[in-house]
Design a protein around this ligand. Structure first.
Ligand SMILES: Nc1ncnc2c1ncn2[C@@H]1O[C@H](COP(=O)(O)OP(=O)(O)OP(=O)(O)O)[C@@H](O)[C@H]1O
Ligand SMILES: CC(C)(CO)[C@@H](O)C(=O)[O-]
Ligand code: BAL
Length: 276
């Protein structure tokens, strides 16, 4: 039985009655197979999985897609039922931010200013603020986040470490459509032509990651992205696993953000660099 609740009082009662550890999957709803994989991974680990559904206004910029972000609560609850979720917490804005926007928020530090942070000022402060609130309100023992939002995952890990929040953070590999496109709630905004063009992101990352030196990785990915004129690249970056400069050898990450039409998409893959 999946319990659907909306208030912090109901949440407090639900987690107080949890039979064992509390495993949390945070989402903004419009659930797809990526979210469902997070939930399944959580279910493999814990009998009590709690899914939060909240489109957090604090992490959207004034010209971003907060208003048009898809809201599909009924279908989301159905998906959670099918995955054996114990509790769906779908709070109102007032429930999360009583009295309006908070005065005191998280500082995402220097990593938070790079890449997504440079393109979306304030995004990571808003994201970390709600994640910290939800970790505390749900009394999570373990929380699951997707690698699709690689910088987000890195920042959450860092926040939990730096603030000693005592929660285990588990990263889950990106789930893709059969043709390679990373699943995202925003994919539904793509027209058929844009959907085809958007494939350039995963293709560029995949073929870039087949290269083993930094220059070739970036040159390959840049060339493939340039072949699709309707893809407007925001950034393409090769970093180490903590979003620092790419190492000369060893594991790294190749990340991309681009606009396809009016839809902004992100993706990333693992790379392994070999010294020449
Ligand atoms: N394709 C995916 N594979 C694995 N995890 C994913 C995927 N898409 C989203 N997630 C994870 O699901 C959680 C909730 O993400 P969110 O609700 O923002 O979905 P989303 O599809 O990323 O939406 P959007 O792309 O519009 O931001 C995050 O931890 C996110 O990284
Ligand atoms: C982690 C999160 C639920 C916080 O609003 C959001 O950033 C997301 O869906 O990735
Ligand atoms: N999936 C990250 C949340 C956002 O784009 O705001």
């Amino acid at each position: 039985m999946t319990e659907v609740i909306h208030t912090r009082a109901e949440l407090a009662a639900a987690v107080a009655a949890a039979p064992g550890e509390v495993a949390v999957v945070m989402t903004m709803g419009a659930l797809h197979e990526g979210h469902r994989t997070l939930i399944r991974t959580a279910r493999e680990r814990s009998a009590f999985v709690l899914v939060t559904i909240f489109v957090n206004p604090l992490q959207f910029g004034p010209n971003e897609d907060f208003a048009k972000y898809p809201r599909t609560l009924e279908a989301d609850v159905e998906a959670c039922r099918a995955e054996g979720v114990a509790v769906v917490f779908a709070p109102s804005r007032e429930e999360i931010y009583p009295g309006g926007a908070p005065q005191i928020t998280m500082n995402a530090g220097s990593i938070g200013e790079l890449l997504e942070g440079a393109s979306r000022p304030g995004h990571f402060a808003g994201m970390l603020t709600v994640v910290e609130k939800l970790l505390l309100l749900t009394r999570a023992d373990v929380a699951f986040f997707g690698e699709k939002d690689f910088q987000q995952l890195a920042l959450i890990r860092r926040m939990v470490h730096d603030l000693e929040l005592g929660v285990e953070i588990v990263g889950v590999p990106t789930v893709r459509e059969p043709d390679g496109l990373a699943m995202s709630s925003r994919n539904r905004f793509l027209s058929p032509d844009e959907r085809r063009a958007a494939l350039a992101l995963s293709r560029a990352l995949r073929l870039g990651a087949e290269q083993t030196d930094a220059e070739a990785v970036l040159a390959t990915a840049t060339k493939l992205l340039a072949e699709e004129p309707s893809v407007r690249v925001d950034y393409l970056a090769l970093t180490d696993l903590h979003l620092g400069p790419a190492p000369a050898e060893g594991p790294g990450r190749l990340l991309v953000a681009a606009k396809v039409g009016t839809t902004r998409l992100i993706d990333n893959v693992a790379v392994h660099l070999v010294r020449r």
